[in-house]
Design a protein. Structure first.
Length: 191
């Protein structure tokens, strides 16, 4: 439409727009902070969740030693129990205490720390032949041990641990409350 035939006077809508200015509906540019804060928030939340998970499932107690099972190469802390008081004479109304019997269904883990091929499998075979039903074999690192040792996790497993040691020809039997069941660490050939 030509302006020559336009009968109305010019108003603000007839003024030509600045060719370098914005056209249409525009917002001011976003600041760098408004673009990055969601990522920073996600980073802080992930770091917090990671810290919480590590703190909750941390295998190390306040002393810096594992509270669960030991891993390869770590020294094994053994708590030496206090000596038991001398037994008293049983009376007629008290039954005489009996020694618990070995339980052959106790899980036994045999670990080869001597780097002798087939050592753990040989021990596993001996234990299975002796009647143990849940015996597994694997390899591990020597750590700070100096002799082959049978570890048991609770006092009621002591007779079973002693049977495992005698079956394999080992002398060292030790309580380790971090052990589940019985764990045998072999550092030399079996006799």
């Amino acid at each position: 439409m030509s302006k020559a035939r336009y009968p109305y006077p010019d108003d603000e809508f007839d003024v030509q727009a600045d060719p370098d200015g914005p056209r249409g509906v525009h917002r001011a540019p976003r600041s760098a902070w408004s673009r990055w804060w969601p990522f920073l928030l996600a980073l802080v939340v992930i770091a917090g969740l990671t810290f919480g998970a590590v703190y909750y499932w941390n295998p190390f107690g306040s002393s810096g030693t594992p509270s669960g099972g030991t891993t390869a190469g770590e020294p094994i802390d053994v708590d030496i129990p206090e000596p038991e008081p001398a037994p008293t004479e049983p009376t007629d109304d008290e039954p005489e205490p009996t020694e618990p019997e070995p339980v052959l269904t106790t899980p036994v883990q045999v670990l080869n720390a001597a780097r002798i091929q087939g050592l753990a499998a040989t021990a596993q075979s001996r234990l299975t032949s002796a009647g143990f039903t849940e015996v597994t074999a694997d390899n591990t690192e020597r750590g700070s041990l100096t002799t082959s040792t049978v570890f048991y996790g609770a006092e009621d497993l002591r007779p079973t641990a002693e049977l495992v040691a005698s079956t394999l020809g080992l002398d060292e039997v030790s309580l380790d409350t971090r052990t589940q069941g019985i764990r045998v660490v072999l550092l030399e050939r079996l006799s």
